[in-house]
Design a protein around this ligand. Structure first.
Ligand SMILES: Cc1cc2nc3c(=O)[nH]c(=O)nc-3n(C[C@H](O)[C@H](O)[C@H](O)COP(=O)(O)OP(=O)(O)OC[C@H]3O[C@@H](n4cnc5c(N)ncnc54)[C@H](O)[C@@H]3O)c2cc1C
Length: 476
């Protein structure tokens, strides 16, 4: 991940701060002193704005935006601050609008398999509540304990289950949002079939706060998982991993994650995980999970499939989790970011590529990066089943200044391969230069026109996704 350098902008006036305080009450305003004591989340620049407001209802969000629109004050929406592309970073002179108080689960309908929730509801909270009626949000990711539904919608998040249930674009049934001038659009239908003209609210899915604030989400739920069996598999090549993926792709498959051996070794060095150390010594690892009506049935199905995979030389070694602790250790091997702790200042690329092209693509990227500078190393983790890889480029020294130099080596062949330079983390500030380089002028022009229509003064999260001119001062 890479952050934008903070730009100097003029601070809010005392009158503006007083007006925002009058709208929400002083209990819901966070000053620079308050923010200094709070966790800014994944990016240290998230609290650069020095003022955070916490509206408690859609009406209060609308009142804040109407005032900021009139005053031309830039607004940065924030949820759980786990976003990985710098979309939530803020600067002096801006206002952070946190949706943390929009945290009610309003509807949980087991018959319709749907929920209506405030944008500030955390994924883990919805997952726990849905589980009580045998349902699940159909999305899961490492930041589940902090990421909010509003943030997941705004980044069109994917995660571990996207290969089964799609990204947020497929999960969302309806939305309520507030546009830059305070206009509220409420389209919270809980049905899949709804053809009522243009779905204008759906443009906020993946808009990263640049078109308005998501305040409520209607979500399709899926049945809770049945009991699962989990295994960690060692392989000699990514080609073998792709062949294994083909072999394992049955309706019972619920997780298929991949990691390079150097990532796994870094995690083992950092966390121990002795039972996984010998597997981590192999060039590639795959975590596989299958479900069935009982854990015994899931286990025997997985053992049988891995057995036939072994006969066909699709794997080198495998370990079946014998209990929840071993399963947890396997997921830690996949989800821990030891590489970033060992070597801070690395670069993350979030791409997707068709499975048939994946192995050759990764080999080419690795060779191109190695040829660029001695000491650069490529680490890979990802959601194998849907071809989504997180490629970290790292070195013993920080390389964060090299993002744009290395990006073309990783991203520029992806469109031709049928993949994407931006899979699931959004554009934010990190991938903006790549977006401008790789997206067609026609699409960029249309994106700019939509931005102007939803946010004529450019107050919503300026500088994210698209570069924008500084917000014009109000006429007053
Ligand atoms: C450990 C870890 C693992 C992760 N794994 C995955 C993964 O597997 N798949 C994946 O897709 N992502 C993953 N992420 C990224 C991140 O969790 C997602 O992008 C998530 O959707 C962000 O939600 P948030 O509430 O934290 O949003 P924030 O980080 O607060 O905001 C992200 C963006 O959305 C905007 N935004 C937030 N709330 C609103 C709102 N209510 N209205 C309008 N705009 C809003 C912000 O302005 C910003 O542009 C991971 C992150 C971490 C830290």
């Amino acid at each position: 991940m890479r952050s934008m350098k903070p730009l100097a902008t003029s601070p809010l006036t005392a009158t503006q701060v007083a007006a925002l305080t009058a709208l929400l009450g002083s209990a819901h305003i966070r000053t620079p002193q308050d923010l200094a004591a709070l966790d800014p989340g994944i990016d240290p620049h998230n609290f650069g704005a020095c003022l955070l407001v916490r509206p408690g209802s859609t009406e209060e969000v609308a009142a804040v935006l109407a005032y900021c629109h009139e005053q031309r004050i830039p607004v940065v929406p924030q949820g759980g601050r786990t976003g990985l592309s710098g979309g939530a970073i803020s600067q002096r002179g801006q206002v952070v609008l946190s949706v943390e108080r929009l945290d009610r689960i309003e509807v949980l309908d087991a018959d319709q398999r749907s929920a209506v929730v405030g944008a500030g509801v955390k994924l883990c909270v919805l997952a726990a509540q849905a589980a009580t009626v045998g349902l699940s949000p159909g999305i899961d990711l490492g930041a589940r304990d902090s990421a909010t539904l509003g943030g997941l919608v705004s980044t069109n998040a994917g995660g571990n289950e996207a290969f089964r249930y799609g990204t947020m674009r497929e999960r969302v049934l309806g939305l309520e949002c507030v546009l830059a001038d305070g206009t509220v659009i409420t389209e919270l239908g809980q049905v899949r079939k709804r053809n009522e003209g243009l779905a204008v609210e759906r443009l906020l899915i993946g808009a990263e706060g640049t078109l308005g604030v998501v305040t409520r989400v209607a979500l399709e739920l899926v049945p809770s998982r049945s009991p699962v069996a989990t295994a960690m598999v060692a392989l000699e090549s990514l080609m073998q991993a792709v062949a294994l993926a083909r072999h394992l792709r049955t309706p019972a498959l619920v997780a298929l994650e991949v990691m390079s051996g150097n990532h796994a070794m870094a995690v083992v060095r950092s966390l121990g995980l002795p039972e996984l150390a010998s597997l981590a010594a192999h060039p590639w690892l795959v975590l596989v999970e299958m479900e069935a009506t009982s854990s015994e049935q899931a286990e025997s199905m997985l053992v049988e499939l891995l057995g036939t995979a072994s006969e066909q030389e699709l794997l080198t070694d495998a370990l079946l989790a014998q209990n929840e602790a071993q399963r947890h250790a396997m997921w830690r091997l996949r989800e821990d970011w030891a590489v970033d702790r060992e070597r801070p200042g690395g670069l993350w690329y979030d791409i997707s590529v068709p499975l048939s092209a994946m192995a050759d693509y990764v080999a080419r990227v690795t060779a191109r990066v190695a040829a660029l500078e001695a000491g650069l190393e490529v680490f890979v983790i990802g959601h194998l089943a849907d071809g989504n890889l997180h490629i970290t480029v790292n070195a013993p020294h920080p390389v964060s200044e090299c993002y744009e130099a290395i990006a073309p080596l990783v991203t520029d062949e992806l469109t031709a391969l049928g993949g994407s330079f931006s899979a699931e983390h959004g554009i934010g500030v990190e991938k903006q230069a790549t977006l401008l380089r790789l997206v067609s002028p026609a699409k960029l022009a249309l994106m700019q026109a939509v931005k102007r229509a939803y946010d004529p003064h450019g107050i919503m999260n300026p500088g994210k996704v698209l570069p924008t001119a500084p917000v014009a001062p109000s006429a007053e």
